[in-house]
Design a protein around this ligand. Structure first.
Ligand code: BTN
Length: 276
């Protein structure tokens, strides 16, 4: 069943379809899929519910979010029946030390999934924005909490599939959606199931070894490779220089006359001129 938006069909979310596709994928750990018409935030739902379900893995998706959360305390615009809003928990064996590359891994998982569907023009902006033709297509918010003394990762992903006309989004690089891509891309159920499967597979691999297995692939999509950039953390410019890529752990490397610095967190933007 679908609804017609801006002349193209957008398929409604289907718990059955998502659950069946994930079950068929052969992932070792089972997941319980929960679909909502409206929710405050899918990340919040996973936080609230992972406390109750113990070791069960959860995937929460919604048609809309009333309080969608973005990074650095920003909100995430989440109109109904247009986009992907999904969150899932990851439980086994994650320590605080190896959390940081996870966000890079999820960005890469999304690029893999959308590339397989024929989407061109994808790139990655450190640490975890996915861009389409240089504009923000998707964002990733990773949170964590202790549940029964185990660290639970909450991985939230928002993908703009077909933004309704007239939506206003505050973004320094502008935003994009998949509406000009092939109609195959518009089945959000497929995107969600594929993205969940790809993410879980890649997370398991990175935790079994380290991020270096994905470093070259991530760098091949780096939107700002060799560009003059600045890093802003909580409103303050903390670093600036030339983007020298990422290291084995997914940290950003910035080269300046003072040497090469490692950056662990922050938002990256282009430095438009040397006085900026
Ligand atoms: C960013 O600021 O780039 C991260 C945006 C993350 C948005 C997603 S939508 C699904 C999940 N639930 C939320 O409240 N936020 C994340």
């Amino acid at each position: 069943m679908g609804i017609i938006k801006n002349q193209k069909q957008v398929f409604s979310l289907s718990k059955l379809q998502i659950q069946a596709a994930i079950d068929r994928s052969g992932l070792k750990n089972k997941v319980n899929v929960h679909v909502f018409e409206e929710i405050d935030s899918t990340n919040q739902w996973i936080k609230d519910n992972s406390l109750m379900v113990g070791n069960e893995q959860l995937l929460c998706v919604a048609e809309s979010q009333s309080s969608g959360r973005g990074r650095s305390g920003r909100s995430w615009v989440s109109p109904e029946q247009s986009n992907v809003y999904m969150s899932f928990s990851y439980l086994p064996g994650v320590s605080r030390n190896n959390i940081s590359p996870l966000s890079l891994v999820i960005g890469l998982a999304l690029v893999r999934v959308l590339s397989r569907k024929g989407v061109l023009g994808l790139s990655l902006k450190w640490p975890n924005d996915v861009l389409l033709n240089g504009k923000k297509l998707a964002g990733i918010l990773i949170e964590s909490q202790l549940s029964n003394r185990e660290l639970v990762m909450i991985i939230g992903i928002g993908v703009n599939v077909r933004m309704p006309v007239g939506i206003d989004i505050d973004s320094d690089i502008g935003w994009a959606d998949l509406s000009n891509e092939s109609s195959e891309c518009l089945d959000r159920n497929e995107i969600i199931a594929d993205l969940y499967t790809e993410s879980m597979t890649m997370i398991s691999k990175v935790l079994a070894s380290d991020f270096s297995i994905y470093k070259a692939e991530w760098k091949s999509y780096d939107a700002f490779a060799n560009k003059a950039i600045k890093v802003i953390d909580r409103g303050v410019v903390t670093n600036s220089g030339i983007n020298a890529g990422i290291d084995e752990n997914g940290c950003l490397l910035i080269s300046s006359p003072a040497g090469v610095k490692k950056v662990y967190s922050g938002d990256v933007s282009l430095r438009l001129n040397k006085h900026d």
